[in-house]
Write a protein that binds this ligand. Structure first.
Ligand code: SAM
Ligand code: SF4
Ligand code: SF4
Length: 335
């Protein structure tokens, strides 16, 4: 049974945030001033256990989910993550098991992640310019550390590997062509992401968004591009390939060309709340029913009911009024 929401969208992808902690303080996600020593992260006993996550994932698969992505915070900070990956990899019906990471711990974990059954990784890297990247992770991590992480993932076969770069005007937009050039011909797909107004702490302003059309134009001027059809309906990134055969890039136009109509993603928070939209302000608690002894059938019905009522399309109706609404933080729900 695959439920449809109020807009006729099916449930197809599940993003699981395994922690709200992170080793970086990217100002567009976890600004240092707000996520400082006094910030209260979720306590360990409040986190869903790996048994609970796997049980829920199994039920999500019965409702139509085929793709599962682990995220955070920084997912590689969660202890024994390879155990969770091993269990998820054994769930029949998950066709694509992936992870988004800042890349810092990949040299340590890439081989184990692959052995546990992870299919591929997405690594976030906003710029190859040391000064720019230093400002964008705000903890002084150098570019070489992330490039080493990418190499470890490639060597472990976690491919096709994607690199995520959030583009902010006046911050790193002057370095996007270099990033594209670096990975041109390497098989790595760079995805440029429009800076989004997720959460309420990152100081987002519309004039800091570099529209996708401009990103493509700036790269195309140096490395000529042509559009490519989507791999599947509802694909988030718009694909463009290099005319010289050097591979492809993706652009994620969440602000200037919203894609809510094809949004088939459910998001599970570290303590077991289900969010039906990245911009939602409340989630549906699944941990309480899980711990109260609900049967799989009870949980299946609960999830189907939540999905059936879903009517979110925040990016399509973004306005001055919606901007005032409370929203969860990206470091909590994981993008
Ligand atoms: N820590 C991991 C990482 O950085 O890859 C996983 C979690 S992070 C929240 C997931 C993705 O969201 C990253 O690629 C990050 O760049 C992106 N992201 C965070 N804040 C964003 C924002 N305000 N707009 C667009 N993308 C954002
Ligand atoms: Fe951490 Fe990822 Fe957010 Fe940066 S984008 S602060 S690496 S969770
Ligand atoms: Fe999906 Fe919400 Fe993003 Fe629209 S705004 S694409 S519904 S997560």
């Amino acid at each position: 049974m695959t439920p449809r929401d109020q807009q006729g969208r099916r449930l197809h992808d599940l993003r699981i945030s395994v922690t709200d902690r992170c080793s970086f303080r990217c100002p567009y996600c976890m600004p240092k001033e707000l996520f400082g020593p006094a910030f209260e992260f979720i306590k360990r006993q409040q986190l869903l256990t790996y048994e609970e996550i796997t049980r829920l994932a199994r039920i999500f698969v019965e409702l139509g989910v085929e793709k599962v992505r682990l995220t955070g915070g920084e997912p590689l900070l969660r202890r024994d993550l390879c155990d969770l990956i091993r269990w998820l990899a054994a769930v029949p019906g998950i066709r694509d098991l992936t992870l988004t990471t800042n890349g810092l711990l990949l040299p340590k974990f890439a081989t184990d992640l692959a052995a546990a059954g992870l299919d591929r990784v997405t690594v976030s890297l906003d710029s190859l310019d040391e000064a720019v990247f230093g400002r964008m992770n705000d903890v002084g991590v150098g570019v070489d550390k992330i490039l080493t992480g990418i190499d470890s993932a490639l060597a472990a076969g976690l491919t096709p590997l994607k690199v995520n770069a959030v583009v902010q005007r006046g911050v790193n937009d002057h370095t996007i062509v270099d990033l594209a050039r670096h990975f041109h011909g390497s098989g790595v797909i760079v995805r440029f992401i429009e800076f989004m107004d997720v959460g309420t702490t990152n100081g987002w302003r519309l004039d800091t968004v570099v529209p996708t059309a401009e990103i493509v134009e700036r790269i195309d001027r140096v490395l000529p591009l042509e559009p490519v059809a989507a791999n599947y309906p509802g694909e988030v990134a718009k694909r463009h390939r290099y005319r010289d055969g050097g591979g492809e890039i993706g652009v994620i136009a969440s602000v200037t060309q919203p894609f809510c109509g094809g949004c088939t993603r459910a998001r599970l928070s570290p303590e077991g709340k289900l969010f039906s939209c990245l911009f939602a302000n409340t989630g549906h608690d699944l941990r309480a029913p899980l711990r109260a002894g609900d049967s799989d059938e009870d949980l299946r019905q609960r999830l189907a009911r939540i999905w059936g009522k879903r009517d979110d399309r925040y990016s399509e109706i973004r306005s001055a009024a919606t901007a005032q609404l409370p929203r969860i933080e990206m470091s909590y729900i994981g993008g």
